[in-house]
Design a protein around this ligand. Structure first.
Ligand code: FAD
Length: 426
């Protein structure tokens, strides 16, 4: 399959990140993004991981270019609160490596300390091993240009909190369109499937038929091309990750100096967990839960109680589809973003899968001619990435010992056998 004419369907952050990546790496290919002016983007996705820096570097994007346009702030860590027991408190998972002087200390020394002094709080682990925790604790950031903190690489280890919708729009206006991406506002209302090529053409709302060498499905949870048209089976993660719903809101700062912290905080509550993401001009917050254990209305009340807010804020309800399509690249259709799959928001994996899939897509398209073997390798690599991350996220729940609600008791008694090399059924 020769790939010169690429049509990206969908203008959420996945769509524009795809367009930006392709135009930066393949400026001579014809890249078009088609998005419906009527179907809204998912409108969340505010916390990223440090690996986004490799993608930014590939595209030549500097912090100064986009941060002020996207309500961005720096993120150094993720805090987890009350996941272990109801009032077990907070511990951090800072970015960067643990600082271990060769032959002097090992990671296990901390467990020895905990053994000798059982009252040592678990929060001490990160504070002991990650000097960059001093920045998190003091709410500071610095570029570490003289390598004062040897285990901390500012360029690679610091991630961002940003408004993903604004980031998509920034990419559109300041990166993609100036570099030559064609932008078309139209809704795909039909698809013509062909067993040999995949999708022969799509039909837009003005009845025009559009062909492409490669269609990239960035249509979000609706998964229009890979799911609805090609009917690729969807493998759910519900067995280990029960959350399927969220309420999201935006909270104005009361005391910005104190509240604009350099980390995303995740607090486990009765039927799931709440994110707190401090952007530059506001806080993003949301409650991720399973509607099997609580109604949407009651979940909203629980969320409002937790954030100590009421109807003065606007709340958006989101239904999530967690799992992944068996394959994400079939014939001339490749899915990137929520259309390919989603784990759940814990550990900020949504945009992470977007940029990591894109790095693999670039590697494949560099071959010019794409064979079935190339697609198989791509599918295997992206599937591994999804499954490993799913298992990592599932561990946050599997390790919980909460038993204060039916939700947490069920979590504690679930079988996480798919996430372990060895399990017993006992
Ligand atoms: P969308 O934003 O839904 O965009 C879909 C696009 O497709 C839209 O432009 C729409 O108009 C278009 N479209 C749909 N149908 C058609 C059609 N028929 N014709 C033409 N166009 C069409 N990720 C993170 O990295 N960090 C987070 O903190 C985070 N939090 C999240 C919290 C929740 C509750 C959820 C659900 C997700 C979260 N994510 C997070 C994931 C993140 O939001 C997404 O990965 C990211 O926004 C990409 O979305 P998308 O572009 O795939 O889909």
């Amino acid at each position: 399959m020769l790939v010169n004419d690429i049509k990206i369907i969908g203008g959420g952050s996945a769509g524009w990140m795809t367009a930006a990546t392709l135009i930066s790496q393949f400026p001579h290919k014809k890249i078009t993004l088609i998005e419906s002016p009527k179907i809204a983007t998912v409108g969340v996705g505010e916390s990223t991981l440090g690996l986004i820096n490799s993608w930014m570097t590939l595209l030549g994007i500097e912090d100064e270019d986009f941060m002020s346009h996207c309500d961005a702030s720096y993120k150094l860590s993720i805090g987890f609160e009350n996941f272990y027991r109801k009032d077990s408190g907070q511990f951090h998972y800072p970015f960067g490596s643990p600082y271990i002087e060769e032959n002097i200390a090992t990671l296990n020394d901390w467990y020895f300390k905990k053994f000798l002094y059982p009252n040592t709080p678990v929060s001490d682990y990160a504070e002991c091993l990650f000097p960059q925790m001093a920045l998190v604790k003091q709410n500071r950031i610095f570029k570490n240009e003289q390598n004062q903190i040897p285990s901390f690489n500012f360029k690679a280890d610091v991630a961002y909190h940003f408004d993903a919708t604004k980031f998509g729009l920034w990419l559109r206006d300041h990166y993609c369109i100036p570099k030559g991406v064609k932008h078309q506002k139209a809704e795909v209302k039909d698809t013509k499937v062909n067993d040999d090529v995949g999708i022969e053409y799509i039909v837009l709302d003005d009845d025009s038929k559009v062909k492409a060498d490669l269609f990239i499905d960035c249509t979000g949870f609706s998964s229009l091309l890979i799911g609805k048209a090609l009917k690729e089976p969807f493998e759910s993660f519900e067995d280990v990750l029960p959350n399927n719903s969220a309420w999201a809101t935006r909270i104005p700062y009361k005391n910005k100096k104190k509240e604009l912290v350099g980390y995303t905080n995740c607090t486990a509550i009765d039927n799931g967990w709440v994110w707190n993401i401090p952007l530059w001009s506001r806080i993003g917050s949301g409650y991720v839960y399973s509607d099997k254990y609580i109604s949407d209305d009651d979940a909203l009340l629980q969320f409002q109680k937790h954030i100590k807010k009421g109807d003065e804020l606007e709340y958006k309800h989101i239904k999530m589809r967690t799992g992944t399509h068996k394959r994400t690249w079939i014939k001339n259709v490749c899915a990137i973003g929520l259309s390919a799959g989603f784990i759940e928001p814990l550990e900020s994996n949504g945009l992470y899968t977007v940029h990591e899939f894109l790095l693999r897509l670039v590697r494949t398209l560099q071959r010019e001619y794409v064979s079935q073997w190339d697609r198989d390798v791509y599918n295997s690599a992206t599937k591994t990435l999804f499954i490993e991350f799913k298992e990592f996220v599932a561990m946050h729940f599997a390790l919980s010992h909460r038993d204060d609600t039916e939700y947490w008791r069920d979590i504690m008694n679930r079988l996480y056998s798919n996430c372990l090399l060895y399990t017993s059924d006992a």
